[in-house]
Design a protein around this ligand. Structure first.
Ligand SMILES: N[C@@H](CCC(=O)N[C@@H](CS)C(=O)NCC(=O)O)C(=O)O
Length: 211
């Protein structure tokens, strides 16, 4: 298998953390998003939408979308489950993962890519091939959603040790990557969010945090 990756990009990092948590050794090919390599014919033949990450299987089949990649790997390597074990756990992980993705990842992306100061990105409000022009008002909406992300994250971590319950799961990976991604829009964990700070420090110590 090959993971088409981009070292600096947050969505590929979610896949890399998942792979590291599973203890898998998967070859990686670096694609330079900043240099526009993801929009060249060569990469578009791998993912016509121009997005990373992509997992290529040994028979040439390509899987894009972080969660599709993680689902596939969870099915073929069920040890150390990160997407839940019981029907209820699976539902909880799916639900919290989506919340962390929409409230965190997408909010930062919206605030970052629509900010005219980020010249490299502002001409494309959306990532990949279908990029559209920036919309200024989305910066404020993204930042407001991000404020709510931090409020909800603190609440979940007050109720449980990890985002979706008492086990480390994909919901933690997405939330952790979103927290680091939020630095791109100069936001960080509010200092009064003690549970989130504790959780962040604990997750930072995992080997996968460096993936
Ligand atoms: N929904 C996709 C999102 C993928 C995505 O947005 N990837 C970004 C990197 S974080 C990308 O490829 N950006 C290319 C660009 O900016 O043109 C997934 O979950 O894989």
């Amino acid at each position: 298998m090959i993971l088409y990756d981009c070292d600096i990009a947050p969505n590929p990092r979610r896949a890399r953390m998942f792979i590291a948590e599973k203890g898998l050794n998967i070859e990686k090919i670096e694609v330079d998003i900043i240099g526009g390599e993801n929009l060249t014919e060569s990469f578009l033949s791998i993912n016509p939408r121009g997005l990373l990450p992509v997992l290529e299987l040994d028979d040439g089949t390509k899987i894009d979308e972080v969660m599709a990649i993680c689902r596939y790997l969870e099915e073929i390597y069920p040890e150390n489950p990160l997407l839940g074990s019981t029907p209820l756990e699976k539902a909880r992980v799916e639900g919290y993962q989506r919340k962390m993705e929409f409230d965190g990842m997408i909010a930062v992306s919206e605030a970052f890519r629509n900010n005219a100061e980020n010249e490299r990105f502002s001409y494309r409000s959306l990532p990949g091939r279908d990029g559209t022009s920036a919309i200024e008002g989305l910066v404020e909406r993204g930042l407001n959603t991000l404020d709510n992300f931090y409020i909800w994250l603190e609440r979940y971590l007050t109720e449980n040790e990890f985002v979706a319950g008492n086990n480390f799961t994909m919901a933690d990976i997405t939330a952790f990557v979103a927290v680091d991604f939020s630095k791109w829009v100069k936001r960080k964990i509010p200092k009064e969010n003690t549970k989130t700070l504790e959780w962040y420090n604990k997750v930072s110590l995992r080997g996968s945090a460096k993936a």
